[in-house]
Design a binder for this molecule. Structure first.
Ligand code: AQP
Length: 342
């Protein structure tokens, strides 16, 4: 079953494993808003169950979940038009996650590069949850029979796994039940890189705060981080090809293009021959102009945390109403007795 034979439904999520970054904004949030504006049914989630695959301080986790939700709303997600909630409030995710753990093969999981990157040399000591993460992610998506998933480039392999899980479930049970999802990885900022190392993704859990721009950073901090971003001594060239091996410079050009809504080709033409001092100053102005209104609105929203919790609860009720009938059918398909009176 391709995604095409199912009604279009968008799902995506972000982990509240820290404060959101410019990478999360450009690679995910900004695009979530665009999908909502296209009038497509959109379901967005703070995936708190994913966050605990590495240790989280409980109070910080609650705050980061609220702050993430505030970032969604401040960036333009309207909780009336989109469904916005936190994952743990809708139990279908973990129920289907377990079922998918029994569908997915160890060999498939062992090939997941994000696990290898995150576990590093410490793979004996990380949680089983971190290993099983992609199967829960497939459940997040398929609990709603979602057809399209806007994500950054780092999630591509997990979405391929989600497709394999849907196909295997459908084959194993002789049904055409789950859609084979389409990844939506678009734009110039599908992989925003660290400001300190052009080979590493900008990440909220990078130990260096200088490596990223946080959505909570004030204008001075943003400008300082951009000014200090690693570059090289050469001025900007007049074509993108010449940036092939200048990873840090290429990253800044891509960030500029994504923030300005321009192509990277346009940016390089406009700044051909410019020194980094000039370019970084223009980039800092652009980043502040884009992010400052979002940061201020997040701050305002965070003053009424009960309201954020209410929005998440209402979103969870709406999400549950979509997922529950799908889960009832899943249990029926796999042969589980459902005789409780609800
Ligand atoms: N650097 C990035 N560039 C473009 N997109 C990115 N995303 C994350 N980082 C970048 C996209 O944001 C969405 C949510 O990701 P996530 O926070 O759930 O998990 P992640 O991909 O593991 O992001 P982080 O910041 O690296 O989190 P930690 O440090 O906790 O592991 C996804 O669509 C992702 O592609």
């Amino acid at each position: 079953m391709s995604a095409g034979s199912f009604p279009t439904r968008i799902f995506s999520g972000i982990q509240p494993s820290g404060g959101l970054t410019l990478g999360n904004y450009l690679g995910a949030l900004k695009r979530f808003v665009e999908k909502q504006e296209e009038g497509i049914e959109t379901i967005y989630c703070m995936v708190d169950m994913h966050a605990i695959t590495v240790w989280q301080d409980p109070e910080k986790l609650r705050q980061q979940t609220r702050e993430g939700a505030a970032a969604f709303i401040a960036a333009g997600i309207d909780p009336k038009r989109s469904i916005l909630f936190n994952q743990s409030q809708v139990t279908a995710h973990v129920e289907l996650g377990w079922i998918f753990n029994c569908i997915v093969r160890m060999g498939w999981m062992s090939r997941m590069t994000q696990f290898k990157d995150k576990a590093g040399k410490n793979s004996e000591n990380v949680s089983l949850g971190l290993f099983a993460y992609p199967s829960l992610m497939a459940a997040d998506i398929l609990a709603y029979k979602s057809t399209h998933v806007p994500v950054g480039d780092d999630q591509k392999q997990h979405l391929e796994l989600c497709r394999d899980i849907a196909i295997k479930f459908n084959n194993d049970y002789g049904v055409e039940f789950f859609p084979v999802v389409e990844p939506v990885i678009e734009g110039v900022a599908t992989r925003v890189m660290s400001l300190r190392d052009g080979t590493k993704k900008m990440s909220k859990s990078d130990p260096s705060d200088q490596s990223r721009i946080n959505l909570t950073d004030d204008p001075d901090t943003i400008a300082k981080k951009i000014r200090k971003a690693k570059t090289d001594p050469e001025p900007l060239p007049d074509n993108l090809n010449a940036l092939k091996d200048r990873l840090e410079a290429k990253n800044l050009v891509n960030i500029y293009a994504a923030l300005a809504g321009q192509t990277a080709e346009r940016v390089i033409k406009d700044y051909a021959g410019a020194q980094f001092g000039t370019f970084k100053s223009a980039l800092a102005d652009l980043a502040v102009a884009t992010l400052e209104p979002i940061t201020l609105e997040m701050k305002r929203l965070m003053q009424d945390q009960a309201e954020i919790d209410r929005i998440l609860g209402e979103g969870a009720d709406r999400a549950d109403a979509l997922a529950r009938p799908i889960m009832d059918q899943v249990y029926d398909i796999i042969g589980m007795i459902r005789s409780r009176r609800r």
